[in-house]
Design a protein around this ligand. Structure first.
Ligand code: NDP
Ligand code: 8X3
Length: 250
């Protein structure tokens, strides 16, 4: 029977690279994100396995449930869920924080992850089988200047990953967390609201991780034998030892 992986945030960066890598490893891919045209591009570009696309906003709990319920029966046997959709919005001290940015980060990175998990879990529980990979961050382990709410959202992902692993251990479902450092994607463009120059500056002066580095790791994690769960991995650029790169502030 085909193995199936559902990747949220497959329209860009880590999620997109993960969809390609898991397809190469033989998984049939359910690719999700808001940008439907990018999902269609991905569907055309992945040639080795079938790709099913679902366009929805993870903040909309009904849209999430409807999308997962709309999966045809032969796509419902999800073996791997990669909870990747997320972003930082803004980088500012708490005293000048933007409430819309705070809502976006908590609604997408935390509640969106929960809504998707809630919708997919019954499919895994029915088969007593599945592997959930949550994309956390080094920002979920260490707080950095002006990172306040983004860091809080990723600390929440860390706590949820641990809690989910405990709750699901008797159900035959693995839960793992991947905590990257700086990966060059559209992440900083989103954080800085389209300011490409400022975004590019985040990745200058050292070699950042590439989305494919995280995708390789995820592929390794989900292809371990049934009795092995790599519970948590932090993956950093060689130039990064803590939440600041080369000890400079973001
Ligand atoms: P990108 O901006 O390149 O990709 C973000 C993805 O999330 C897009 O596919 C986007 O799809 C999706 N997404 C964002 N908001 C929503 C939403 N409301 N509903 C559905 N999908 C959404 O960033 P990355 O690939 O870097 O980020 C992926 C994950 O990795 C995030 O959780 C991020 O926090 C984490 N991370 C990133 C690091 C980095 O340095 N880049 C380091 C550590 C962790 P669309 O816009 O089409 O909806
Ligand atoms: C993304 C990495 O350091 O920009 O989570 O917050 S960082």
């Amino acid at each position: 029977m085909a193995r199936i992986a559902l990747v949220t945030g497959a329209t860009s960066g880590i999620g997109r690279a993960t969809a390609f890598a898991l397809a190469k490893a033989g998984y049939h891919i359910v690719a999700t994100g808001r940008r439907a045209e990018r999902l269609q591009d991905l569907q055309q570009q992945i040639t080795e396995v079938p790709v099913h696309t679902l366009a929805f906003d993870v903040r909309d709990r009904e849209a999430v449930a409807d999308a997962i319920n709309s999966l045809p029966d032969d796509w419902k046997g999800i073996d791997v869920l990669v909870n990747n959709a997320g972003n930082a919005h803004g980088l500012a001290p708490v005293q000048s924080g933007n409430l819309n940015d705070w809502d976006a980060m908590l609604d997408i990175n935390v509640k969106g992850l929960l809504y998707v998990t809630h919708a997919v879990l019954p499919l895994m529980l029915a088969r007593k089988h599945g592997h959930i990979i949550n994309i956390g961050s080094i920002a979920g382990k260490e707080v950095y200047a002006n990172g306040n709410v983004y860091c809080a959202s990723k600390f929440a992902v860390d706590a949820l990953s641990r809690g989910m692993r405990i709750d699901l251990v008797q159900e035959g479902i693995k839960v793992s967390e991947v905590n990257p450092g700086l990966v060059e994607t559209e992440f900083s463009e989103v954080r800085f609201k389209g300011d490409k120059e400022r975004a590019a500056g985040v990745y200058q002066g050292y070699e950042p991780l590439r989305a494919e580095d995280i995708a390789d790791l995820i592929t390794f994690m989900v292809t371990r034998p049934a009795h092995v769960n790599i519970a948590e991995v932090m993956i950093l650029p060689t130039a990064q030892a803590s939440s600041t790169v080369l000890n400079k502030q973001l």
